[in-house]
Design a protein around this ligand. Sequence first.
Ligand code: GLN
Length: 406
Amino acid sequence: MAIPEHSKSRISKRAASFTESVIREMTREAMKHGAVNLSQGFPDFAAPEDIKKKAQEAIAEDFNQYAITWGTKDFRDAITEKTKWFLGLDIDPETEITVTCGSTEGMIAGMMAVLDEGDEVVVFEPFYENYAPDAILSGAKPVHVALRYSDHEWNFDRDELRAAFNPNTKAVIICNPNNPTGKVFTRSEMEFIADLCKEFEVICFTDEIYEHILFDETQKDEADRKPRPEHISMAQIDGMRERTVVVNSLSKTYSVTGWRVGYCIAPPDISGAIRKVHDFLTVGAAHPLQKAGAYALSLPESYYDELQADYQKKRDFIVPVLQDAGFGCDYPEGAYYVMTDISGFGFDNDIDFTMHLIREVGVAVVPGSSFFKTPGLGDQQVRFCFCKTDETLEAAAERLRKLRNG
Ligand code: GLN
């Protein structure tokens, strides 16, 4: 198509200021080259039968028109009950919950509800790649604070974090358990962040979609492993409930990433604003899938125990495979990703290495630089995900062995 001559820019400055998602692009590359896809974090196994059946029944029972904009009553009630059981928090389903199209919409609707032009948003780096575009689309400016890897842990420098907060800071984003690092923030770290939020009147956006994916300690010897850490929500920290937006979804916990059903839990004034933004962005999330979501959230504790145990097995399979193939990495504490160091392979950068891995070895990953804003950081790292069937992980392992053996 011939684009007409024009003097005005046809693309907004905001849209021009960020790039396409590299994570989603890598899935397309994997499909093009027939690579085993360990890039984008979505399960390649079936969603639970009973949850699928509830969705089918809801369609058959004709829950096929718009739901209430901020979510069906039964789904919001189920969120309230599960949050009480899992986090011990009392949430009012009438005023504090907004059901969204995935946590992706939850995060951007939340940010558009809270942020103004000129506001600053503190984001830990490496980050899940949606956060900076979310901030930019909300008119705000992301300010990055490093998570650095040393002594087998990803940590931030408390002075550096404090220095990033100033009177223009309106929000901070944490992802806990963390994508891409697998870090689980300690109570002491969260209290430090909470104190800054209180001092500077800052809202905390907390992405907790991996809340049920936590692992035993990283020692290889099973006998030495400490029990897995407990999930702590920022909303549980003293004085944070009233300044926190919890973003969550069905995607990872119930293996239904394509359903696009998520939710925000926020104090009534912020929820009111999120509901307005959400209404005009999307009207609402899929009605029959919210019905199935109400069922999913009422599953017994054993469901979550099995999920963790399954993912822990997958983690414990893939990490030694990666280490043997020459990647520098440790066992993550949570989420389903492994960030790895590729400096042993002698490639100029992560993009060249990723393309080599996809095209010549047949395994797709996400280049590390897509999780960093600071130039140069991440260019000797790639991220693997392990939310895949044992067969897929075996197939990847087989191919990765070739990497070392040439
Ligand atoms: N969270 C997933 C990842 O980091 C992908 C999510 C998405 O693509 N919407 O790979």
